[in-house]
Each structure stands twice: as structure tokens, then as C-alpha cells.
Design a protein around this ligand. Structure first.
Ligand SMILES: CCCCCCCC(=O)SCCNC(=O)CCNC(=O)[C@H](O)C(C)(C)COP(=O)(O)OP(=O)(O)OC[C@H]1O[C@@H](n2cnc3c(N)ncnc32)[C@H](O)[C@@H]1OP(=O)(O)O
Length: 156
């Protein structure tokens, strides 16, 4: 049995995000999963994601943290409500605040691993902390405040 990623369970109308939308052919299409109490995602930067030759662009790293964070928030909210992630009505979160510390240069040519921890969970707000590893070394750390998507943002 294949486990679907959090983002594969987003309804089609919420699948356009540049970072995580399964329907965005030009996007990053990141995929997040539970691993115990943590969430995990992997991503291999492409040549166009270069900052300086040999090193990954920080904006890409922030984008990965952003979308692994909002996906993790949604998954945690479903879990807290005892619901399956694909069930309706969709519980979705947007980014209210994103802080990233770049701890060490991130090498190109490696698969990055993002590990998320749920630090706070409320009905409307989830705070997630994410560490990005390359070859087992922590290269960036992000904190993301995720707030339930306002109804006004729901595509009609
Ligand atoms: C769904 C699939 C797509 C995935 C999306 C991927 C990630 C994205 O790129 S989303 C796009 C970027 N984000 C946006 O466009 C959001 C724009 N901002 C907004 O719509 C609103 O400001 C929004 C929804 C974030 C907050 O709405 P608002 O009415 O202010 O929330 P409010 O009810 O006051 O606050 C809820 C909680 O969040 C906290 N909060 C709100 N804004 C912030 C902030 N900027 N920083 C820190 N905390 C905040 C509040 O303090 C409150 O916390 P608590 O419950 O502990 O008191």
C-alpha cells in the first residue's frame, strides 16, 4: 500500500500552490509525510535553484519550509480532530509568519531532508518548527505560524 503525501490529499481546487500544489507543473510539488511525531519531506534542488555555484538559493529553502510547514499544520489539525486528512470540509492553513535562520551553506547535488515538529496547536493556529538537513547536517531552521485559511481565500 502506498501512503499518500499530505499534499496529495488536498482537494484539486487547492492544488495550485507553487511550493506544494500537485496541479502546478512548474512548481516544487513537495510531498510531506508523518514519521512518528515528526513530519518529513525530501527535495532535490535543481540547477536553477542555485545561489552561488555549488550552493542552494535561500529563497528556495524558505519556500520548502513554508510549504512543508503549512502541510504539517494541516496534518496536525486533522490528527487533533481525529479526522482523516482527505475528509471534507478541508482544513487548510496559510502562512501568517515565516522566520528562517540559515545556519550553514546548503550544498547542491544533495537531497535535502526537512523535519517538522509541531510546537503549538490551537483551533485556528499551528506553529511548526522545521530543520533542513543536507548530508545529515542542519543547514537551515525555520519557524512558521500557520493560520486556518480564511474563507475569502477559498477559490470559487
Ligand atoms: C491550502 C494550500 C496552499 C498552501 C499555502 C502555502 C503557504 C502560502 O504561501 S499561503 C500565502 C501567503 N499567506 C497569505 O497570503 C496570508 C495573508 N494573511 C491573512 O490572510 C491573514 O493575515 C491571516 C489569515 C494569516 C491571519 O488572519 P487574522 O484574522 O489576523 O488572524 P487572527 O484570528 O487575528 O489570528 C489567529 C492567530 O494567529 C496569530 N497571527 C495572525 N497573524 C500573525 C502573524 N503575522 N504573525 C504571528 N502570529 C499571527 C494571532 O496572534 C492569533 O494567535 P492566537 O490564537 O494565539 O491569539
Amino acid at each position: 500500500m502506498t501512503t499518500l503525501a499530505f499534499q496529495d490529499l488536498y482537494p484539486d481546487e487547492l492544488g495550485h500552490c507553487y511550493g506544494c500544489g500537485k496541479n502546478n507543473d512548474h512548481g516544487l510539488q513537495i510531498k510531506s509525510f508523518w514519521e512518528g511525531k515528526e513530519t518529513v519531506a525530501h527535495f532535490e534542488p535543481r540547477p536553477e535553484h542555485t545561489a552561488l555555484p555549488g550552493y542552494v538559493y535561500g529563497g528556495l529553502i524558505a519556500s520548502l519550509i513554508d510549504c512543508h510547514g503549512t502541510g504539517s499544520a494541516a496534518a496536525a489539525a486533522y490528527k487533533a480532530n481525529g479526522r482523516d486528512m482527505g475528509s471534507e470540509p478541508a482544513l487548510r492553513f496559510v502562512t501568517a509568519n515565516l522566520n528562517v535562520d540559515f545556519l550553514a551553506p546548503t550544498p547542491m547535488g544533495e537531497t535535502l531532508e526537512l523535519r517538522g515538529k509541531i510546537k503549538e496547536i490551537k483551533e485556528k493556529k499551528v506553529i511548526v518548527e522545521i530543520t533542513v538537513f543536507a548530508k545529515g547536517k542542519a543547514c537551515a531552521k525555520g519557524s512558521i505560524v500557520c493560520v486556518k485559511m480564511p474563507a475569502s481565500m477559498m477559490p470559487s
